[in-house]
Design a protein around this ligand. Sequence first.
Ligand SMILES: [Zn+2]
Ligand SMILES: [Zn+2]
Length: 362
Amino acid sequence: MAEIPKTMNAVVMHAPEDYRLEEIDVPAPAADELLLRIEAVGVCASDLKCYHGAAKFWGDENRERWVQPGITPGHELVGEVVSGAPEALANHGVEIGDRIACEQIVPCGDCLYCQRGWYWMCEPHAMFGFKTYHGGMAEFMIVPPNARAHKVSKDVAPQHAAFAEPLSCSLHAVERAGIQFEDVVVVAGAGPIGLGAIIGAAHKSPQMVIALDFDDDKLALAKKCGADLTLNPSEVDVYEEIRGLTGGYGADVYIECTGHPSAVGQGLNLLRKLGRFVEYSVFGEDVTVDWSIISDDKELDVRGAHLGPHTWSAAIKIIESGVLPLDEICTHQYGLGDVQTALDQVADSAGSSVKVSLIPGL
Ligand SMILES: [Zn+2]
Ligand SMILES: [Zn+2]
């Protein structure tokens, strides 16, 4: 194994729109920590929102600041274990040389949520790349004892392996939908999370998975990810199409992955009575809908979804199986020095990118 250098390149967030590539010391792992050589880190829409200073991250008059200035961003990470004491290796069930992906949340283990097994809602909510722990936009990263590490095969390209994080989140949204074999499932949005929801929904084998997006290229990719049917709302009346396919009733399940307020009302309208609405997105503004559709009209189940608890082994298994068009999902890879270009690429929603990744080795 290559020797571990003394210093490394790392992206450091100082303030909104002030992220710098810096040369800093390679961290030395404590007795209960591992050192990871980062192979790839995906750039998430949340990284972009954080970069632009969204109140959810940097706080406002109603909310405390959640991110820590001085931290290295990056939570969709995969790397090789290059150092760690026997106790730390045993704690994570890994050996030197293994490739692991870590869940983004580092649960405290002590709060009410952790105690009850709901670790993904952990109250302090320490997360790689945002709070308490440096993330993967660096050559090396420390894995603390409470991290949740998962082995990933080295046969998979690094950026594909790092897709385990968004895919695990999508699979959780799919679990929340409680999909049954007879269901017609509509997934709104065919970005990284929507594609993952399509993949997960298709793996549940319902009657039909329908993908909605305004971009025909993304819809073509949605088909390769398992969508039975794709509809572009700018070309067809989605409401009429889905009524036509369901004997006039509407869809059983709607999974919202666009973050656009209009997709919320659309979902309420597309669902049949007693349907299930899963919300994954984070919105930049308040969303207004007629709540009587949820109550009196349709008696809907509306369920939120956050992170990807208990879905990582499934996500990694699907990635390793080779069934996904991962070369087409992971469209752009950049070196750490190009973090700005990578963020701009994610920001360009009309552009050709799906999943943008940083590869420290590039
Ligand atoms: Zn993410
Ligand atoms: Zn906790």
